[in-house]
Each structure stands twice: as structure tokens, then as C-alpha cells.
Design a protein around this ligand. Structure first.
Ligand SMILES: Nc1nc2c(ncn2[C@@H]2O[C@H](COP(=O)(O)OP(=O)(O)OP(=O)(O)O)[C@@H](O)[C@H]2O)c(=O)[nH]1
Ligand SMILES: [Mg+2]
Length: 702
């Protein structure tokens, strides 16, 4: 274990679907001698890439769960997390980027900046992660790294600069010109393991000189010394490296590397770039919230001797119990140490400690700040902070998007029921974007997630890993309800039963809240409602919002203003005010012009231009709006906004329409109002369900 923090790197490999992240990571493992043979994603030998260790990943050739590994390159210890590209598994990217100090953004040299590239870029911004770009697949027909660099500038707004030039492209792609050293690099041997340096080919000399000038210009912004040297025509490699490093760490410069992972070209220079330009843990400022100091921020020290602060960012249930992935931010960690979970206040003792390599692990005795390791036998939730006793700090949480799709599942037989419950218990603990509940009306188990693929994978995993087979219903989208105008309420709850009665009166208004879910404003004066009952009213409204009156979906975007009321010295109680609030909501809601909202997805379709017309048609048939479309020679891309409810089964429609040549991605964009005809159908369905549900409850009671 290296304790020299300056030689540590924590990087994420993130990108749009299929851009070659796992293929690239496989090469990194090979050149760093962590593995001794390269296996391809969906390769002919049937083994599969190291980081895609789950059977389902290997069969489908996609990454589902992020995988962690650690390699050594040029005397540096590099922790790497390979993340999935599918937006259904976006939580895996989100929590990885939360704990990584830097990243490599992979782009396809044909596809360029694609929809998930934009999503990943947003996630990199959210956590201020410095990164470099790797333009992959230079061997593909249509490869154009210059266009991709321009797109990083134009579409993502980054100051991207090429560090290398290609020698040949597509099937003539041979090697690279390193613009810092002004040398040509070729990758010899069966796996490209031998890097051969040559002089820059004569026909590329002038282009290389111009490209180096642009690189020096861009880098000079971060070093006066380099700027002066450049004017005198002696910009050395060292000055250039130092300036690029400064710009990259400040997120003001994006060095662009190029190559082909599949053809084993360009990976070693990329690794040199990782250790040269990306920050060590001590060069990134991390902050924690001081739980004692009224929420003030506290800058953490990347000092192994300081008190310990670590974040649990991912849980995994394994054959040996719960595995908790943690990132150590301050201090160090050894077996036997005592830490406090600052959320629950619970004390824990550090037991077995491991470093992960895909699905295998290596026991270690300790870890220092900057490390990403896993602990055994610690009960906690994802996002919990562990600190040395006496330090009451919390790391900022990981952004968790809400699920947008759900479906009902039913175990095929009684024997499966227990196993289903067990599987669900584990999956919901591991993945905060996967949720489950029992619908009180239908008594069915509902699972919720980020998309069809997400739910599909869990149903398949239940079957394989737990022998828990289920029948699944049709996927349903997560509808919401909202009010569209302000309305007042004045409601009295009065009940006179044998003993003590109940009395509470609430007066106020419901108002649309354009952003956010719910707000409660207390404007009651002169003790018209005693202070202790104000939270009761809040609770009552919150409970009422859980189920709208139109289709029984949660109501969002409501501000409740409470400004008057009445109480009774004996009959008023917490329950009475909660009930009054619920009654007030029931009374006022229909008058506030309620609407049904549905998830609207950002859909992006890419494929050969000849199918663009057909794709347009499929979008408009699905109540979609085309936002933009672009044609680039033989390739077309259509960006649209389409209601999620219309997108079920779209993958197979698109496949048959384009002979499998087009692909689409989608992700949640916003909630939008459903058109009246659709709303009517939804309300009828809801009423049918209510009617069907009512006698069932009656039966149960008898
Ligand atoms: N031609 C060519 N194909 C490549 C290259 N790199 C990867 N591929 C292929 O692209 C496909 C996807 O590669 P992966 O490495 O699984 O991509 P990924 O980004 O990990 O995919 P997800 O994790 O599912 O998002 C595979 O068929 C690879 O063989 C390359 O440099 N050139
Ligand atoms: Mg992958």
C-alpha cells in the first residue's frame, strides 16, 4: 500500500453507452500487469472483460454495476472505477463521481458528444471533477477526432485541446504523434504492449507544428513561465506538462487523448496523462458539513495523521455479508479502529478491510486518506459518514434521482415468495434508485426504477441469483398530480363520540409551487392555533399529498399557507389537527384545477440518415416533439421530448424499422401535463381499480 498521497490517483471511466469504457479498462489492467490476457466484451472466447464480472453483463455485453480496481503505473497507485453508460444505471455513475478525484471521459470518434456524454458532463460539474478526454475507436469508419474535439468545445463548453494527432485513420489508423514530445508513437506486439518511438512522419510535420502551437497557446494561460518561454521559442516538455496539469486540475483545460482501445493503440500515453495531469487526493479540496456548527463547512485535510473522515458510498450484499465501499477523505483507517456513524451516532469497529478488483478482493491492514476500499460487517446506509469519535462531520450526500417507472410483480408460487422478499431486500439496499412497496389497494408488490432495462435486469437477477421467479405486469409510469390555481380553505373537524371529542379548524390556502414538491407556510397569529399543533397540520397536509384525488398519484408543487383556525381547550389534539388538515385538502383540491402530470423523457435516436424520416414518424406517433435533428453525411441524429408512457417497447419498434441500425437512449427530463383525452382514460382506469379494490377489502374484513 502506498502511503505517499502525491502518487495516488482515483479515476472514473465514464461515457455514453458502448463507447468502449470496459474495453479501455481491460487494456489498462493488462498494461499495468494486473491481468495477463486481454478478454473482449462479448468476445469470441466467451470469457468477457474483467470489469463486467456479472453473468448478465457478459451475456448482454453491457456494464450494469460499476466495478472498482487498483493498478500501478509509473510508480503511481491508481484506483479505477469503470461505470455503466446506460442511463438506467446512472446512480452507479453518480456515486462513483461523488468519491473520485478525477475522470477520463471516453468519446466515440464517430458518435462524438452523445446524449449520455452530456449527462456525464453534468455529473462531473455537479461534483467539480477535473477530467481528461479519450477519443476512442479511431479505427472505425467515419472516425474524426478533430470533429469530436470541436464538439467538446461547442456542445459542452469546455476548453478542449488535442494532445496528440492521429497517424492515419479508420482502417489505416497506425499510431499517434505526441504533441508535447513531438514524437511518433506506434504500438507493436500482439497486444500493442511495446511502444515504439519514431520521428514525426514528414507529411505530418507542419500539421504537428501547428497543433503544438495551439497546445502551447492554450496551456500558456496557466503558466507565465511557459508563456515567456514560448515567446522565445523554447517551450520545454516540463513547462508544458506543468501548465496542462494546472489547467486540468482547475477544470479550465481538457486535454484530449486519442486512440483505439480495441486495436490496442494509445492506452499507455493515456495512462501517462492520468498520472501527469490528473490530481492526487491532496490536490482536491474536499469539504464536510459540521453537524455541531449549525451546518457550516469544514475543509478536510488530506493528512494521514489527522482524525478520520470517510464516506460509505456503496453497499453490496455478498456471500460473506455486507460489503461497504468507502472513500477515506481524511486521516487513516486500520483494523480495530473505532469510528462513529455520524448519522445514527452508532459506534462501529473496523474489522476486515479489502481492496477490490472487480469481483475479487485482497485483504489489507489499513487505508489512508484518498483510498477507496471496502469494509466488511458494518451496518449502515449508503451515504453515511464515518468519523473518529468526537468529530461530528457529514459529507454532502449523493444525488439520487427519483424512479420514473414501476411494475407489479407476483411470485409464481408460495415457495418463491420468501425468496422474492429476500432479493428485493438486498437490491433496494444496494441501489437507492430501485424501490419497492406493497400497493395497499391491490395488495400487489410494486417495483420502481429508472427504466425498462433497470427493472428487467432486477427481475432476471431475482431469477438467477435467488431462484425467485415472478410474473410481471405491464410497466407503469410514475404519474404525479399538481394544482394549477390558488384556492382557499376553511375546514372544521368535529367529532362527538362517547368520551372525549375531537375539534380542530384550519383556514388558509393552497397555491401552486412551480419548483419543488411541497412547502408549508405558517402565518397563524395570536395563538389562534396553539403552537404545538402547527406541526400536526403540516403532517396532515403532507399525508394528504401522498395520494391525489384524480388518479391516486402523489401531488407535487403545492404551497400550503395556514393563516387562521380555531381550537378547543379539551377536544383539540394532534390527531384532530392532522385530520382537519387532511379534510381541508380534500375539500379544496378539486377547486384548485388539479392536473395529471407525466414524466417526459429526453430521447435521442442515432442511425443511418436514410431512416431519419421513419424515426420522425415514430416520434410524432408517440406524442413526441422533435427538438433538433442533425445530419452528418450518412449519419443522422434526432433529439426529441416524448412522454415515457409512449416509449414502452420502442427498442423493438426501432429495431425492426431500421434493421437494427439505429439506437436510442432516453432519460428523464421533466414532468409535463397530460393532454385531456389521456387524463380521462387514466381517471377511468383509476376508478375501475378503486371499484375492484373496494369489495376485496370488504372480503378481507369478514
Ligand atoms: N472498432 C472499435 N470497437 C471498439 C473499440 N473499443 C470498444 N469497441 C467495441 O465497442 C463495444 C462496446 O465496448 P464496451 O467496452 O463494452 O463499451 P462500454 O462503454 O463499456 O459500454 P457500457 O458499459 O455498456 O456503456 C464492444 O463491442 C467493443 O468491442 C475501438 O477502439 N474500436
Ligand atoms: Mg462497460
Amino acid at each position: 500500500m502506498s502511503t505517499d498521497i502525491a502518487t495516488m490517483r482515483n479515476i472514473g471511466i465514464s461515457a455514453h453507452i458502448d463507447s468502449g469504457k470496459t474495453t479501455l479498462t481491460e487494456r489498462i489492467l493488462f498494461y499495468c500487469k494486473k491481468i495477463h490476457k486481454i478478454h473482449e466484451v462479448k468476445g469470441k472466447d466467451g470469457v468477457g472483460a474483467t470489469m463486467d464480472s456479472m453473468d448478465l453483463e457478459r451475456e448482454r455485453g453491457i456494464t450494469i454495476a460499476s466495478a472498482t480496481t487498483n493498478v500501478t503505473w509509473a510508480g503511481h497507485s491508481v484506483n479505477i472505477i469503470d461505470t455503466p453508460g446506460h442511463v438506467d444505471f446512472t446512480i452507479e455513475v453518480e456515486r462513483s463521481l461523488r468519491v473520485l478525484d478525477s475522470a477520463v471521459l471516453v468519446l466515440c470518434s464517430v458518435g462524438g458528444v452523445q446524449s449520455q456524454t452530456i449527462t456525464v458532463d453534468r455529473q462531473l460539474r455537479r461534483y467539480d471533477v477535473p477530467f481528461m478526454a479519450f477519443v476512442n475507436k479511431l479505427d472505425r469508419t467515419g472516425a474524426n477526432p478533430f470533429k469530436v474535439r470541436d464538439q467538446i468545445v461547442d456542445k459542452l463548453g469546455h476548453n478542449a485541446v488535442l494532445m496528440q494527432l492521429p497517424i492515419g485513420l479508420e482502417d489505416r489508423f497506425q499510431g499517434l504523434v505526441d504533441l508535447v514530445a513531438m514524437k511518433a508513437l506506434y504500438f507493436d506486439g500482439p497486444d500493442g504492449e511495446t511502444v515504439r518511438e519514431e520521428a514525426v512522419p514528414a507529411e505530418l510535420e507542419s500539421e504537428a507544428r501547428r497543433a503544438r502551437e495551439s497546445l502551447v497557446d492554450a496551456a500558456s494561460m496557466f503558466s507565465d513561465e511557459l508563456m515567456e518561454a514560448a515567446i522565445e521559442g523554447r517551450a520545454t516538455e516540463e513547462l508544458l506538462h506543468a501548465a496542462v496539469r494546472r489547467g486540468t486540475i482547475a477544470r479550465k483545460l481538457i486535454p484530449v487523448f486519442i486512440g483505439s482501445a480495441y486495436r490496442n493503440k494509445g492506452i499507455q500515453p493515456l495512462l501517462d496523462g492520468v498520472v501527469r495531469y490528473l490530481p492526487s487526493p491532496s490536490e482536491v479540496e474536499n469539504r464536510a458539513v459540521d453537524l455541531d456548527g449549525g451546518g457550516g463547512e469544514h475543509v478536510l485535510a488530506a493528512d494521514p495523521a489527522a482524525k478520520t473522515v470517510a464516506l460509505a458510498f456503496k453497499l453490496e450484499e455478498g456471500p460473506y455479508g455486507q460489503l461497504t465501499y468507502i472513500r477515506v477523505y481524511q486521516g487513516s483507517l486500520s483494523r480495530g479502529d473505532e469510528l462513529v456513524n455520524t448519522r445514527s451516532g452508532q459506534k462501529v469497529k473496523v474489522g476486515r478491510l479489502v481492496r477490490m478488483h472487480a469481483d475479487t478482493m485482497e485483504d489489507i491492514s489499513g487505508a489512508v486518506c484518498g483510498d477507496i476500499v471496502a469494509l466488511f460487517g458494518i451496518e449502515c446506509a449508503s451515504g453515511d459518514t464515518f468519523a473518529s469519535p468526537g468529530l461530528n462531520l457529514a459529507m454532502t450526500p449523493i444525488h439520487v434521482p427519483d424512479p420514473v417507472i414501476s411494475l407489479a410483480i407476483e411470485p409464481v408460487d408460495n415457495a418463491a415468495a420468501d425468496r422474492v422478499a429476500k432479493a428485493l431486500g438486498r437490491f433496494t439496499k444496494e441501489d437507492p434508485t430501485f424501490r419497492t412497496h406493497v400497493d395497499p389497494e391491490s395488495n400487489q408488490t410494486i417495483i420502481q426504477g429508472m427504466g425498462e432495462l433497470h427493472l428487467d435486469i432486477y427481475i432476471e437477477r431475482m431469477k438467477r441469483e435467488y431462484r425467485a421467479e415472478v410474473r410481471a405486469g405491464m410497466p407503469q409510469v410514475a404519474y404525479r398530480e399538481a394544482i394549477s390555481q390558488r384556492v382557499g380553505f376553511d375546514y372544521t373537524h368535529k367529532k362527538q363520540t362517547g368520551g372525549a371529542g375531537q375539534y380542530a379548524r384550519v383556514i388558509g390556502s393552497l397555491e401552486p409551487l412551480p419548483r419543488g414538491t411541497y412547502e408549508f407556510v405558517n402565518e397563524v397569529k395570536g395563538g389562534r392555533i396553539p403552537r404545538e399543533f402547527i406541526p400536526s397540520c403540516d403532517r396532515g397536509f403532507k399525508a394528504a399529498l401522498r395520494k391525489g384525488r384524480l388518479i391516486g398519484s402523489p401531488v407535487i408543487g403545492v404551497r400550503v399557507v395556514l393563516n387562521d383556525g380555531q381550537f378547543h381547550p379539551v377536544d383539540s389534539s394532534d390527531i384532530a389537527f392532522q385530520t382537519a388538515a387532511q379534510g381541508a385538502f380534500r375539500q379544496a383540491y378539486p377547486k384548485a384545477k388539479p392536473q395529471i402530470l407525466e414524466p417526459i423523457m429526453k430521447v435521442s435516436v442515432e442511425g443511418p440518415s436514410e431512416f431519419a424520416g421513419n424515426v420522425f414518424a415514430t416520434i410524432s406517433q408517440r406524442r413526441g416533439i422533435i427538438v433538433s435533428s442533425a445530419e452528418d453525411g450518412m449519419f443522422a441524429r434526432v433529439d426529441a421530448e416524448v412522454p415515457l408512457s409512449e416509449m414502452f417497447g420502442y427498442a423493438s419498434v426501432l429495431r425492426s424499422l431500421t434493421q437494427g441500425k439505429a439506437e436510442f437512449t432516453m432519460e428523464f427530463l421533466k414532468y409535463g401535463k397530460v393532454p385531456p383525452q389521456v387524463a380521462e382514460v387514466l381517471m377511468e382506469q383509476h376508478q375501475d381499480r378503486e371499484r375492484a379494490g373496494a369489495p376485496k377489502k370488504g372480503e378481507e374484513r369478514t
